[in-house]
Design a protein around this ligand. Structure first.
Ligand code: HEM
Length: 148
């Protein structure tokens, strides 16, 4: 039996087909990002961290986050940024802020998701990334020096 490696283009098309079946496309990613950051900005437990960095300059941040989520969810390849150093610079951020972030993201998905399957699709990806960011920021749980 011969197996053929799929090209990057074929993989991208397959990811986009699967996502489309869950109702996830650029239009939904855009709506999700807008609704999520409205919640973030309305939540006094976390909005001060964004206020310090993003200030009144929300439009470019939202555009960047749409490219980020289109790349994560649809393999769109539109985001090239540096999330780890950007979050390491948020010295006031604590693990509890990640819990709040993830809870707000889940609430937004429950309110807006085009299909039930879209909720775990985004939540799995968000919590994996949140874990990687927290390891970079607070160390590895269970190892000496960990702060979470
Ligand atoms: C405690 C939770 C979090 C807080 C307080 C937070 C806060 C922020 C802030 C203030 C920025 C803007 C940084 C700047 O431009 O200087 C930012 C950027 C960003 N955040 Fe978060 N974030 C959190 C969690 C997450 C998670 C879980 C993800 C992904 C699932 C994420 C993805 C990103 C990305 C992709 C950027 C853009 C980085 C770049 O400039 O390329 N964040 N975040």
């Amino acid at each position: 039996m011969t197996t053929r490696l799929r090209t990057a283009q074929e993989r991208r098309e397959e990811i986009q087909r699967n996502a489309k079946q869950l109702g996830i496309d650029d239009a939904y990613v855009s709506a999700l990002v807008e609704a999520f950051y409205q919640r973030i900005r309305a939540d006094d437990r976390i909005n001060h961290i964004f206020a310090r960095r993003v200030g009144d300059n929300w439009d470019p941040h939202l555009e960047k986050m749409k490219d980020f989520w289109a790349s994560v969810a649809l393999n769109a390849g539109r985001y090239s940024g540096q999330p780890v150093p950007k979050h390491q610079a948020l010295t006031e951020a604590r693990p509890e802020h990640f819990e709040i972030w993830l809870a707000l993201f889940e609430e937004t998905l429950k309110e807006t998701a085009p299909t039930p399957g879209a909720i775990p699709y985004f939540m799995e990806r968000a919590s994996n990334i949140a874990n990687s960011l927290q390891i970079a920021m607070f160390g590895t749980p269970g190892l000496p020096g960990s702060r979470w």
